[in-house]
Design a protein around this ligand. Structure first.
Ligand code: FE2
Length: 200
């Protein structure tokens, strides 16, 4: 696999602060760039969790909540078509569209071990934490007959301790992401279960 290191530290133009795109436009971009429905669902789930966290935990206003939602929705937008250049392509696209640098930095730092960009603010850190865990929780729901209904945090925790389950999910990344925030792994898993279960 090609190196995903971005070798950059600055993203976007500060004069674009506050410049977002309507959520419908982000969905249109996603539909065009990501034909794979399962991958699109992952991004929609992360977006829903990010938006909910901003509103419920960070007291965000509508604009700020949209910022969180956009970062979640677009963080893997280039993954399917440009796997070797993920996430450079979506970053450049958002820079071309003059999007708020906070959104772009958030996307650039969602995998510090891969992209070489450290999460700085709470939005950055929460995207990193939600990203791998959201997919993991979804995998844990999918193997149950009732899916999300009755899914408990402790059963997700048990799966995390089973290396063969969703083996592609890097447990060290999860631990690293959680260590950067002032939240427990249990609380984050519960929040994800509650807020992504109805996303389709
Ligand atoms: Fe992701």
């Amino acid at each position: 696999m090609a190196s995903h290191q971005l070798n950059r530290t600055a993203f976007g133009d500060p004069k674009n602060a506050g410049n977002l795109m309507p959520i419908e436009e982000a969905h249109a971009l996603l539909n065009e760039w990501v034909p794979n429905e399962r991958l699109r669902l992952h991004m929609k789930q992360v977006a829903a969790v990010m938006k909910a966290w901003a509103i419920e935990k960070e007291n965000a206003d509508e604009q700020t909540a949209l910022k969180w939602e956009l970062a979640g929705l677009l963080h893997d937008a280039d993954w399917e078509k440009f796997p070797d250049d993920h996430c450079r392509i979506i970053i450049e696209e958002l820079e071309k569209r003059n999007i708020d640098p906070d959104v772009i930095h958030c996307i650039a730092s969602h995998g510090p071990g891969y992209f070489g960009v450290e999460p700085v603010n709470t939005m950055d850190k929460m995207l990193y934490a939600f990203d791998e865990l959201s997919g993991f929780v979804h995998a844990a729901a999918l193997i149950r007959p009732t899916r999300y209904e009755g899914l408990e945090v402790k059963s997700v925790l048990k799966r995390l301790k089973t290396p063969s389950f969703a083996a592609q999910v890097n447990r060290n990344d999860i631990q690293d992401a959680i260590s950067r925030i002032d939240q427990s792994l249990e609380d984050i898993i519960l929040f994800i279960i509650d807020h992504q279960k109805d996303v389709s």
